[in-house]
Design a protein around this ligand. Structure first.
Ligand SMILES: Cc1cc2nc3c(=O)[nH]c(=O)nc-3n(C[C@H](O)[C@H](O)[C@H](O)COP(=O)(O)OP(=O)(O)OC[C@H]3O[C@@H](n4cnc5c(N)ncnc54)[C@H](O)[C@@H]3O)c2cc1C
Length: 445
């Protein structure tokens, strides 16, 4: 298997970051600007894709209220501008004894080989390969439900939604009465946000000329949740307020219903109910990618996440770090583990960007502490709800409306700011505001 060589001084410390998501691309960018630029370390980012899209935007891509191409980061360009290297490839294994990672053969869409399987050597390895949906082995879920883990899945859902609308607009008597019914499994932030976006989108689609669809008659959105209430991460009051708002939008909310099977025609639950649906989204539960469980000698939990110390180093190998959704880091204040959230990924990337250069320089690593700023849920144009935690609110403060919306947007702006800096973020934001006036409000292809 060919091994990559670094085209820089051989004595440079090699930091390899695998996974260019909310955590990994921020870390590579910051380390590149800080260390790579001055030739103090060689930084390589590896991702299975060529572009990065911030994952919390995926429900908007699925609904069609956001064009992913306008928000994607091109890894090669980002690497060039920020003094790190980019390698495309999917992590297949880690040989800890030889300190190399193994990347799978890279093929194009026609199945032709672009790159053979390769090895990339490291001195320090940071694993940041995120998480994927956990369907808990529910029969039919893998075949019939779409998860929102990648831009490709979100785009596929959007195409299926558009196709279903086009078909329904042509048929006077549709063969499948549930063709425009959407079942969303899981009432966490993703499921709730998607339902509100979909409510808006289908009405706008009709306004673009699909007049034979009557949204009140033909469209039905149902959220199915196994827990007793929606949005378990928020307070009962906000959960109840959100439920009422969803019901006003005609979104059916079923709680305390565990899904037992997904078929081509809908969803069966443990209580014997059947929800007919032409489109099913799985938005309940996450687990880390299976490859992490195959790395010999590293400790994983039952969700396949790598167990890390408070320094973010894996418990059995201090030269391997894990950050973001694929890491299980104890949450001292609350007990349990730090939740899989973009804000945790962002904070861990910022911590390592400052701490890794110290550790490479021979000093002891600093501990990282999660600062919980609360949870926010956007209900599209209808509302934003959530709670602010910690030092901002000195406890917990429930927020709704415009202020909550601004706080929600600020998390994405913080990510963009870490990648591009103030000038580019301001110019891009202005450009998007201008093009919004001259383009359709939803993606029609
Ligand atoms: C629809 C949706 C809405 C969300 N909304 C919010 C929100 O409002 N607030 C919030 O805090 N969090 C939210 N989250 C959670 C948040 O997106 C994640 O916690 C965050 O993205 C985790 O960052 P990460 O870097 O660990 O993983 P990711 O951002 O998922 O990045 C992982 C990267 O690793 C790459 N990768 C995966 N496997 C491999 C492999 N084998 N080899 C090479 N590369 C690989 C992927 O291509 C990807 O680039 C949301 C998630 C979803 C799905």
């Amino acid at each position: 298997m060919p091994t990559e060589t670094t085209p820089t001084a051989p004595t440079l410390h090699r930091i390899v970051i695998v996974g260019g998501g909310a955590a990994g691309v921020e870390l590579a960018t910051r380390l590149g600007r800080r260390e790579g630029r001055h030739g103090r370390a060689s930084i390589t980012l590896v991702d299975r894709n060529r572009t990065h899209l911030w994952k919390p935007l995926l429900h908007r891509v699925a609904a069609g209220t956001m064009d992913p191409t306008e928000h994607q980061t091109d890894y090669l360009a980002q690497a060039r501008w920020n003094h790190f290297r980019f390698q495309q490839g999917a992590l297949e294994g880690v040989d800890r004894a030889r300190r190399v990672i193994q990347l799978a053969r890279l093929v194009d869409t026609e199945g032709g080989e672009v790159l053979p399987p390769r090895e990339v050597p490291y001195d320090t390895l940071v694993l940041a390969i995120g998480s994927q949906s956990n369907d808990f082995g529910t029969p039919g879920a893998a075949e019939h439900a779409i998860a929102l883990d990648t831009p490709a899945q979100a785009t596929r859902f959007h195409a299926r939604l558009l196709n279903a609308c086009l078909r329904a607009d042509l048929d006077d008597a549709p063969a499948d009465p549930h063709a425009l019914h959407v079942a969303i499994i899981g009432a966490g932030a993703t499921g709730v946000e998607l339902s509100a976006e979909l409510h808006k989108v289908v009405r706008e689609l009709v306004a673009y000329g699909l007049h034979r669809i009557d949204p009140e008659r033909d469209i039905r959105i149902t959220i199915i949740e196994a827990a007793p209430r929606i949005l378990p991460a928020l307070s009962e009051r906000l959960s109840e307020a959100t439920r009422k708002l969803l019901e006003r939008l005609d979104v059916a909310v079923m709680t305390g219903e565990r899904v037992t099977e997904v078929t081509a025609h809908g969803v069966h639950t443990a209580s014997g109910r059947f929800v007919g649906a032409g489109l099913v989204v799985w938005a309940a539960g996450v687990k880390a990618p299976p490859v992490l469980g195959t790395i010999e000698g590293l400790e994983v939990n039952r969700l396949n996440q790598l167990v890390v110390r408070d320094t973010l180093q894996t418990t059995n190998d201090p030269s391997i770090y894990a950050i973001g959704d694929c890491a299980a880091c104890a949450w001292a204040e609350k007990g349990g583990f730090v939740p899989p959230r973009a804000q945790a990924a962002h904070q861990q990337a910022s911590h390592l960007a400052a701490d890794l250069p110290r550790v490479i320089g021979g000093r002891a690593p600093h501990a990282w502490r999660y600062r919980d700023f609360g949870s926010l849920v956007s209900l599209g144009k209808y509302s934003t709800v959530g709670s602010l935690m910690g030092s901002i609110a000195r406890g917990s403060l429930m927020i709704e409306g415009l202020f909550a919306r601004l706080m929600y947007l600020s998390l994405y702006k913080a990510h963009e700011y870490a990648l591009y800096g103030f000038t580019k973020v301001s110019l891009d934001t202005m450009a998007r505001l201008i093009t919004r006036r001259t383009s359709p409000q939803i993606k029609l292809h």
